[in-house]
Design a protein around this ligand. Structure first.
Ligand SMILES: Cc1cc2nc3c(=O)[nH]c(=O)nc-3n(C[C@H](O)[C@H](O)[C@H](O)COP(=O)(O)OP(=O)(O)OC[C@H]3O[C@@H](n4cnc5c(N)ncnc54)[C@H](O)[C@@H]3O)c2cc1C
Ligand code: SF4
Ligand code: SF4
Length: 472
């Protein structure tokens, strides 16, 4: 096929694609909703069209070949390897292409294809939704609300663009691509436990005010305090305790005093990524995001598949990821604390998970605990399909496993994370030593265990014929 013919086909298919059409016909509703200015709407539509066009060019090349390698496709399309992988991931999810066991990519026939861009309802109803809130931030017409711990679509407002689907990390998740783009080279499967990192520390805050409120070593709060004090961020996203019974609320804080008020771990799912939308609405720009792995996954997926929308919402300065084995809804938390441990939620001063036990520390200084394996069944269902313990895609990952009490284990993953951490240390916000081998061994073991267990659960789900997140 001639180059011109391939381009004409690609532009025709792109203009007729589901997302582009829905976004184009929904102009009135989108502008009335007020999330986008007219100029932003037009820029985003251009971005969608260009993105779809390039994807269809890649598809054209795949259709012409009888099984091609990624490098052959990149060469023929004259695109970078990472861009080709990015499009192939989406084409595989759309069931327009597949990757054979020998690694060759082939096109699938249109009639074999299911409708890919359903709204995220099938993720929610299928128990795969983590409650991250990414779909809420992405929806161009404010059609999604978080009700009873899940996103609910207001069908009267929904324009059917499927942008929620693109942003959701549980529809498909391009983990290899994100790892490779963060590390700058493909990630070796040997590091599957905690995945790649540049440096590993055991660290503690040097600030007395942080020690009084933090969960472990106070590293998350110290790094954010450093960024606020140096004027490097306008705001930070985290989770606050919203009432005495430990209900939670996503929090956008704008100074160190507010930051100290949201320190400490809350074992409740909270859709804090929805607040990326508030960053823009409140006129802020530079934002630091703290989140459990599934929340950081959402932001990373948006960086790869929706960079234009993300750039309207704000500029991510750093992603600080906290470790997470599992999380709970508020009803489940009540069952654990009141039902199993016999403590009233309003009497709890602090929660903690340590050495396989879930601890409750009461206001009167009492401590009660229960083995985590006895409460795992109460975790949010989606957590049973989550492969990531150590927040492998964050810039800086922080947890307690591997360090002594009152200290944090810190994995520096990216160059920007390294720069921020080292500057915060130099400026006296925290102290850090190399993580002892025993700490890293324990962390690797637990991270591998979680990944293996939950990836197996995901493939069991697929065997049962239920939708299982495509992890590529
Ligand atoms: C649900 C959950 C499960 C966890 N499981 C483990 C585990 O198994 N092993 C382990 O080593 N560590 C785990 N952690 C991490 C650990 O509890 C600490 O958050 C981490 O060590 C950071 O400590 P710090 O003293 O530096 O944090 P701090 O300085 O106290 O700051 C904590 C930050 O986390 C934010 N935050 C609190 N709760 C949430 C939440 N639910 N979602 C998103 N952000 C939140 C706060 O807003 C604050 O900014 C878990 C955390 C959560 C939220
Ligand atoms: S996982 Fe996140 S993006 Fe996906 S449906 Fe749930 S809240 Fe929305
Ligand atoms: S276990 Fe995974 S899905 Fe569940 S809250 Fe933690 S990071 Fe999210």
């Amino acid at each position: 096929m001639s180059e011109l013919r391939r381009r004409v086909d690609a532009i025709t298919e792109a203009a007729d694609s589901f997302r582009v059409r829905a976004f184009f016909t929904g102009e009135k509703e989108i502008l009335e909703a007020g999330k986008f200015s007219k100029e932003e709407y037009e820029r985003y539509l251009d971005y969608l069209l260009e993105d779809e066009f390039r994807r269809r060019l890649v598809l054209g090349v795949i259709r012409e070949g009888n099984g091609l390698t990624i490098d052959e496709i990149a060469h023929r399309a004259e695109f970078s390897r990472l861009e080709v992988i990015r499009h192939i991931n989406a084409l595989r999810y759309e069931e327009l292409a597949e990757r054979k066991s020998d690694g060759l990519v082939v096109a699938k026939r249109e009639e074999q294809r299911k409708v890919p861009y359903e709204k995220i309802k099938f993720i929610v109803e299928g128990g795969l939704c983590t409650g991250c809130g990414g779909c809420i931030a992405a929806c161009p017409v404010y059609a999604i609300n978080f009700i009873n711990e899940k996103p609910v679509i207001d069908e009267d407002k929904c324009i059917g663009c499927g942008i929620c689907n693109v942003h959701c990390p549980r529809t498909f998740f391009p983990i290899s691509l994100i790892r490779e783009s963060l590390k700058g080279s493909p990630v070796d499967v040997e590091t599957e436990g905690v995945s790649f990192y540049r440096q590993a520390f055991t660290a503690q805050t040097a600030k007395e005010k942080v020690k009084q409120v933090c969960q472990d070593g106070g590293i998350v709060t110290s790094i954010l305090a450093y960024l606020f004090d140096r004027g490097m961020i306008d705001c930070a996203i985290g989770v606050r305790k919203a009432d005495e019974e430990w209900r939670t609320q996503a929090a956008l804080v704008t100074n160190v005093d507010e930051l100290l008020g949201i320190a400490g771990t809350k074992y409740t799912v909270t859709p804090s990524i929805s607040l990326l939308e508030e960053v823009k609405r409140r006129g802020f720009r530079r934002v630091a995001v703290v989140g459990v792995p599934c929340q950081i996954h959402t932001v990373r997926k948006a960086e790869v598949y929706s960079s234009e929308l993300l750039s309207f919402l704000g500029e991510i300065v750093v992603l600080i990821g906290i470790f997470c084995m599992e999380n709970f809804g508020h009803t489940a938390l009540r069952e654990i604390v009141e039902g199993r441990l016999g403590v009233k939620l309003e009497d709890v001063a602090k929660f903690n998970i340590e050495k396989g036990k879930f601890y409750v520390h009461t206001m009167s200084g009492e401590e009660r605990s229960i083995p985590t394996k006895e409460i795992s069944v109460l975790a949010r269902h989606a957590c049973h399909y989550c492969p990531d313990l150590t927040n492998e895609l964050a810039d800086i990952s922080v947890g307690s496993i591997g360090s002594s009490k009152g200290w944090s284990t810190v994995l520096i993953r990216t160059k920007r994370g390294e720069k921020i951490f080292e500057e915060a240390m130099k400026e006296g916000y925290l102290i850090a030593n190399s993580l002892p081998d025993a700490g890293m061994e324990l962390l690797q073991k637990l991270a591998k265990g979680k990944r293996k267990r939950n990836l197996e659960a995901l493939s069991e789900r697929a065997k049962e014929g239920k939708y299982a997140t495509l992890i590529v």
